[in-house]
Design a protein around this ligand. Structure first.
Ligand SMILES: O=P(O)(O)OC[C@H]1O[C@@H](O)[C@H](O)[C@@H](O)[C@@H]1O
Length: 450
């Protein structure tokens, strides 16, 4: 690999500290990017020493990471000014990647400023979700990006597409004979993709209060997982093929009903207790504008209008400050067509449950358990896929440094995912779906499946 430079715009922010630097540290420790030059940039009045301390803290111990952390520089930067960006690039060596760890509006301004800068050949641009604020803004940003670098060098990060999760789902489906033939509307009753968190706002009001659960989780992560679960088998895992197959099914995805009140739910948490801690109401969290009506829990039922999936409801759900953590896709199968008279007690449908981070698999079935041989018992067969060798941000960054866009969300797909949720977001803004409430620590409301 040639010399690499990673420039992080938004180096003092939460994302950089919480996810990006630890992911990078793991990648460096694995010896993947020897001699990396790391440059932190943000508008805050930090100096090299303060930035290096942050990098050291996130990287932990080890000679390889220490070498990068000792050399890294911090440059106070207005990312919307071409002169400042030019100065940053002057510090770079070899092949450059620019990571925009910034809110969407600032990212767009920074990209506009880059139009006046000569980017070194091979520069990669790495953008965080949410990508734009809607399909029109995403299309505008995409048009701007193609004026800067070719599409293959734009990495739209979705850390749920870390390699281990992607490969677990594709391996389960396409490297086995057992499940894939059953994954269609003949056998599947419904699918749920759920990301319930027991964390509340975590001091992220500045970002979250403008995003809400629909944009923060459903438009991005959950639709990507839906793409992996419903796509047809790719011929190879090369970026173009893999992304084409994912895009095919997302083009066929739409809200279940024309009436968003029937297929979507929005709610926000009120005060409550969670894990022995008292949580304030979302509306009273510092930095929140209660009148904005931001949802902390969103549910959307979608249809995937392909021959294979037509008629199967997919529930996408994510919420914060819920009583228990749940991060999984659950495929519920139709009941067997006929159970012989005399076999009793198999009311529970079969389920395939795929857990994310750590990736695991469970199959709920009915079998003859101990005791009465005519009485069926629900049993769970479970296995761990094991950890990926890198955390998701490490995997995503590896794709960037290796110039491999497989895990990146392609321009058309990012726009498409906005178009899927937009009718719902519009109905919410127009007050057509009430904002419900749930106490922090409860299980939150849910929609009945059609
Ligand atoms: O489950 P993980 O990997 O922590 O990801 C969940 C997080 O994903 C982020 O992308 C969202 O912005 C957060 O709100 C959310 O908490």
């Amino acid at each position: 690999m040639t010399d690499q430079t990673l420039i992080i715009l938004g180096a003092t922010g939460d994302l950089t500290g919480r996810l990006l630097l630890p992911g990078l540290g793991a990648l460096l420790t694995a010896g993947q990017v020897p001699g990396l030059t790391l440059i932190g940039a943000a508008v805050d009045d930090w100096d090299d020493a303060r930035w290096r301390a942050r990098v050291h803290d996130s990287f932990g111990d080890g000679p390889v990471v220490a070498e990068t952390a000792d050399r890294t520089r911090y440059l106070r930067t207005d990312v919307t000014h071409a002169d400042d960006l030019r100065r940053l690039l002057g510090e770079a060596r070899g092949s450059v990647a620019i990571f925009f760890a910034l809110p969407p509006a600032v990212t767009a301004k920074a990209c506009r400023a880059l139009l006046d800068v000569d980017l070194p050949e091979g520069t990669r641009l790495v953008l965080e979700k949410p990508f734009g604020t809607g399909s029109a803004a995403a299309a505008e940003l995409n048009a701007l990006l193609t004026r800067l670098v070719p599409e293959e060098r734009v990495h739209r990060v979705d850390h749920f597409l870390g390699k281990s999760t992607v490969l677990s789902i594709l391996g389960l489906r396409f490297a086995n004979r057992i499940f894939e033939p059953l994954l269609d509307n003949t056998h599947v009753e419904s699918v749920e993709i759920v990301l319930d968190e027991d964390l509340a706002l975590e001091n992220r009001a500045g970002y979250y209060d403008h995003a809400g659960a629909l944009a923060d989780m459903i438009q991005s992560h959950l639709l990507q997982i839906l793409g992996l679960l419903t796509m047809e088998a790719p011929f190879t895992l090369e970026a173009a093929e893999f992304r084409d197959r994912k895009s095919d099914v997302l083009r066929a995805t739409r809200p279940w009903s024309d009436d968003p009140a029937e297929c979507s739910l929005r709610a926000r948490y009120t005060a409550g207790e969670l894990g022995g801690r008292e949580f304030p109401s979302y509306a009273d969290e510092p930095g929140v504008d209660p009148d904005r009506g931001t949802e902390t829990l969103a549910e959307l039922i979608v249809a995937v209008d392909t021959w294979r999936w037509a008629g199967v409801p997919f529930r996408l759900r994510s919420g914060k400050a819920l009583g228990s953590r749940r991060k999984e896709a659950v495929i519920t199968f139709k009941k067997p067509p006929r159970v012989p008279d005399g076999l009793r007690g198999c009311d529970q449908p079969d389920r395939l449950r795929i857990g994310f981070g750590p990736d695991r698999l469970a199959v709920d079935i009915n079998i003859n358990g101990p005791g009465d041989p005519f009485l069926l018992d629900p049993v769970t067969l479970a296995a761990e896929f094991g950890e990926g060798d890198l955390p998701p941000y490490g995997e995503v960054l590896r794709g960037v440094f290796e110039d491999d866009p497989t895990l990146s969300v392609r321009a058309d797909t990012a726009e498409r995912c906005w178009r899927i949720v937009e009718p719902v977001a519009e109905a919410w803004r127009a007050g057509k779906v009430p904002l419900r409430e749930y106490p922090a620590g409860s299980s939150g409301p849910t929609l009945p499946l059609p």
